[in-house]
Design a protein around this ligand. Sequence first.
Ligand code: NAD
Length: 371
Amino acid sequence: MNVRRSYQLLVLPGDGIGPEVMREALRVLQWAGKHAGVDFTISQALVGGAAVDAYGTPIQDETVMQAQQADAVLFGSVGGPRWERLGFSLRPEIAILRLRKELGLFANLRPVILFDPLIEASTIKPEIIRGLDLVIVRECMGGLYFGEPRGIETMADGQRRGFNTETYSTNEIERVARVAFDLARRRQRRVCSVEKANVTESGLVWREVITALHEREFADVELRHMYADNCAMQLVRNPKQFDVIVTGNIFGDILSDLASMLTGSLGMLPSATIGVSRDGHFSPALYEPIHGSAPDIAGKGIANPMAQILSVAMMLRLSLGLLVEAEIVEKACVQALSSGSRTADLAAAGEEFLSTSEMGDAVLSELERTD
Ligand code: NAD
């Protein structure tokens, strides 16, 4: 991948803790630009509840256009109790769904890596999780969250009925499976495909399509199939058996939150949402922490900014080709944790903890040490 000298980035901090953790991530981004000698032209816009309040829509058309023209989009998080009672089209989460759809981003990559200094922060025994390094590839433009028909109706007897449709077609399955197989080739060459083929037709098609693609194009990668309920159990029992997990929208949503707790906190996990690769890089693509807007701690200055900072590292690597800086940022995060820096979510009961900006300072001072 060619490294250019200037990049156009769109930053969408969102709601709740989004703007708080984004502030620290932008300091890291600026460091990376300086280190690599490249210019970042950064535009910012409101999304989610903040955009509903300001413009009456979770995302403006203009923001979608800016995202389409950007090299990458760095997203915070959206939502919160203030906007929960609004009609579906005004829900803050529509901002992400619309961006994914209009940018053609169908694969959400969620690395689950246990940083050694956090081994005690996990609720799982150290010997089960030491060295954990897996990736969940979640299909995110189809399945239950987008399938039609969907809706709410009142039945003849007056009861209300909500309904959604889980649906997957050959092309949707093949394109996300290709992402997973390609990724596995750069890792331990093992893919576990997860569905409920025992009780759903969409699961059955998922399994058949992945099996056929594997035989045709990826026979050098080990493939196994697992039911989603078993996968949830196996992730807790023996998570190191996995290298790359590929699954649909709703199972990926749930399993990746479950997997996040193996690493100690939701506040540690970044993600990338990508489409088709062009010359080995993904652009546009969307980078965001897997956590939400955490309304319970918003405004207190205690959120962990690591997931947002690690999302910057993923963006540097996958969209901008700044591999050296991506690695330095990830190492600086580990180094800050090794030297005892902890936000409240990572600290043991009674242990002192850092504020969001102090954790940003800790990472920045590790970065500056490498200059
Ligand atoms: P959440 O991820 O916001 O919070 C779950 C728990 O984890 C909370 O106790 C929170 O304090 C804690 N937490 C999350 N991130 C943290 C961080 N960086 N540092 C420290 N603690 C952290 O999930 P939720 O409570 O289910 O959802 C809150 C809102 O966020 C909802 O409106 C939901 O729809 C939205 N949400 C948005 C996204 C997104 O924008 N991508 C993702 C998930 C949820």
